[in-house]
Design a protein around this ligand. Structure first.
Ligand SMILES: [Fe+2]
Ligand SMILES: [Fe+2]
Length: 414
């Protein structure tokens, strides 16, 4: 495993090769899951050091433990790699106040830094690597001329040092940017927030869990602030609405063309929360329209934007169309899809487009531009939580009465 005839430079070149191989593995994995090319890892260049370090740990372990049984060696590989992953995750959070990856949604995880599924995967990869890849790589590399290896190793070390320095600076700047965003979120304009987020686009794409971590932190602050402001206002609005007559005729005149549109009516076929998307957007649009009218805002744009806010024609929980987002990506992606669909069949003004694009705020961090968009975002959350609760109650009830209930077919269709 360790060859006494090879000097230090050969091992540096091997380290570079394994960091590069790790980068390829991560790029393929991340690009497939995010459906676009993602430059994975913390360095700017095509190297991920944790793979090189893990490879050398495994090589050294194999060198000293080669007389042990395969099962024992596997267990040691798994433990050591998991310990390295845990330490790296823990230290990056302590030093940079950022969680670069988060396994807390996986079963059998430890503080979100490691989890059984990935530890088993690393163990398998390490075993395959140490038994098949490394001996072959060593044999081939030994055939290379020493002078060439020395040059490549020196160039790599220089490059690696520069890249590490820049990447640490950029991570520290990211940390500073995020801290600024946490503090100043309510004083910044949408454009400024967008600029800050865009300046760290690469890191946010390379570590999607980091994005989630930042989102959760900002969302917590937004919720506290908005919650304390919204509670008395929302109570007043609902009191007023209860005492008023509905404006059905005007509402239907405003949105009639959308409701009648053949493509839009397809929303009746897709289950959402407790009924169909069609039913959900209709309810959100009507509530938003009335709040907007009560507040003397642009209630026509509010109604139309709200009606189109979830104009996506797929079931986000289970579908087999590779280009469509699913589950955790759906939350961020579907507003863009809804805007594209709405533009295709209807003309949108600025307010309507902002309503659709920002209705998931604060999940999508850039805040809405117009008061009407805040109203729709609020109405959507308010009604969605009611729909979820009613569906949850229905399911509990069905389970209690032990009536077999087919998955989605019992959902009411409007
Ligand atoms: Fe939505
Ligand atoms: Fe919605």
């Amino acid at each position: 495993m360790l060859d006494d005839h090879l000097n230090f430079f050969y091992y540096i070149v091997l380290f570079a090769a394994y960091c590069f191989a790790g980068w390829v593995v991560e790029v393929v994995y991340r690009s497939l899951t995010q459906r676009k090319f993602v430059n994975a890892g913390f360095l700017l260049g095509p190297f991920i050091p944790i793979y090189g370090i893990s490879a050398f740990l495994v090589i050294v372990l194999e060198h000293f433990l080669r007389d042990w049984s395969v099962a024992l060696r596997l267990a040691v590989f798994g433990l050591v790699i998991s310990l390295l992953e845990y330490t790296t995750g823990y230290l990056s959070e302590k030093i940079f106040k950022l969680k670069l990856w988060d396994y807390s949604e996986y079963r059998f995880n430890l503080h979100g830094y490691v989890c059984l599924r990935f530890s088993l995967l690393w163990t398998l990869l390490a075993t395959g690597f140490v038994l098949f890849v490394h001996p072959e790589a060593l044999r081939r590399e030994a055939m290379l001329p020493g002078g060439l290896v020395q040059i490549v190793a020196i160039v790599f070390m220089l490059y690696f040092w520069i890249d590490c320095t820049f990447s640490v600076i950029s991570l520290a700047a990211f940390r500073k940017g995020v801290a600024y965003l946490y503090e100043e979120y309510f004083n910044l304009s949408s454009l400024e927030i967008e600029d800050i987020l865009k300046s760290f686009q690469r890191l946010r794409e390379a570590f999607p869990d980091l994005n989630k971590y930042v989102n959760q932190n900002i969302n917590r602050r937004i919720r506290i602030k908005v919650g304390s402001f919204l509670k008395p206002v929302s109570e007043k609005i609902f009191q007023e609405l209860d005492g008023r007559k509905p404006f059905e005729t005007e509402y239907y005149e405003t949105v009639g063309d959308i409701l009648q549109h053949e493509e839009f009516r397809k929303l009746k076929d897709y289950f959402h929360h407790n009924s169909s998307i069609y039913r959900h957007v209709h309810d959100v649009a009507y509530l938003s329209y009335r709040i907007s009218k009560f507040l003397r805002l642009d209630y026509r744009s509010t109604a139309r934007g709200a009606l189109l806010h979830d104009f996506f024609l797929y079931d986000w929980r289970h579908h087999d169309v590779p280009d469509l987002p699913r589950e955790k990506f759906h939350g961020l992606e579907h507003p863009k899809i809804a805007v594209a669909n709405a533009r295709k069949y209807f003309s949108l003004n600025d307010i309507e487009e902002d309503i659709i694009r920002k209705h998931m705020w604060p999940l999508t961090l850039v805040p809405p531009k117009y008061k009407e968009s805040y109203i729709v975002s609020f109405a959507d959350k308010y009604l969605s939580s009611r729909e979820f609760i009613s569906e949850y109650k229905k399911r509990i009830e069905a389970r209690r009465s032990k009536i077999p209930r087919r998955k989605d077919s019992s959902a009411p269709r409007s």
